[in-house]
Design a protein around this ligand. Structure first.
Ligand code: GRF
Length: 216
């Protein structure tokens, strides 16, 4: 299949989800990695794979708004079919979101709408959740509030430490995110400009085989 579906990935840190996307470029290609942290470890992963990197350093800009405008202009210049936020720790303004209607998705380490924001694993343990997991959703103007595309879950274990639970959820993330991106690239999952997500029968069948949940 020609890889004419081009994504860009926005990161701020470790880049393990980026690494998983790099390894799954059968139906899509990564046209660039943008980072709001020039020291992000994920940039080294991208460079090693020959993916063009666009690091942005807050110190080079008079204020945060100026840096965010430059990130927006760079994203527009790359003209991607999809923008994937993978550990991108910066709120996107509505100007950015409106520039790419229905084209921005995010991976979040909880079963949204439970635990938006940070420290999701510690909060899930503190709340004595029985089931935890991760969500890929469409990005809207809120924090982790956009329409859910797909979720992967695992059972919480009695007495499990935060790091152990985080590691188990992260391995689910590494399966879920490439599956969603691949199926958007293949047209099996579509996101309207209004953010409404639809699934082909094939996407529904695959999700069920892989134990991913998708909305009815
Ligand atoms: C992941 O847990 C992701 O769900 C969250 O930030 C973390 C990023 O990890 N949004 P990595 O940089 O992909 O390793």
């Amino acid at each position: 299949m020609p890889k004419d579906f081009r994504i860009i990935v926005l990161i701020s840190g470790r880049g393990s989800n980026l690494k998983s996307l790099i390894a799954h470029q059968e139906s899509f290609s990564i046209a660039g990695v943008l980072s709001n942290k020039p020291e992000a470890a994920g940039l080294a992963i991208a460079r090693a794979a020959g993916v063009p990197c666009y690091p942005f350093n807050r110190a080079d800009y008079p204020d945060l708004a100026a840096m965010k405008s430059t990130i927006l202009r760079q994203a527009q210049a790359l003209n991607p079919d999809l923008l994937v936020l993978a550990g991108f720790m910066q709120i996107l303004e509505s100007e950015f979101i409106n520039a790419f209607p229905g084209k921005i998705i995010n991976i979040h380490p909880s079963l949204l709408p439970a635990f938006p924001g940070i420290d999701t694993h510690a909060r899930a343990i503190a709340a004595k959740e029985k089931i935890h997991g991760c969500t890929v959703h469409v990005v809207d103007a809120g924090v982790d509030t956009g329409p859910i595309i797909a979720q992967a879950s695992c059972e919480c274990r009695e007495g499990e430490e935060v790091d152990a639970l985080a590691a188990r959820v992260l391995s689910l993330e590494h399966r879920l995110l490439p599956w969603v991106v691949t199926n958007i690239a293949r047209g099996n999952i579509t996101i309207g400009k209004d953010g409404i997500v639809t699934f082909s029968p094939l996407a529904r069948e695959e999700a069920s085989m892989k134990n991913f949940s998708i909305p009815d």
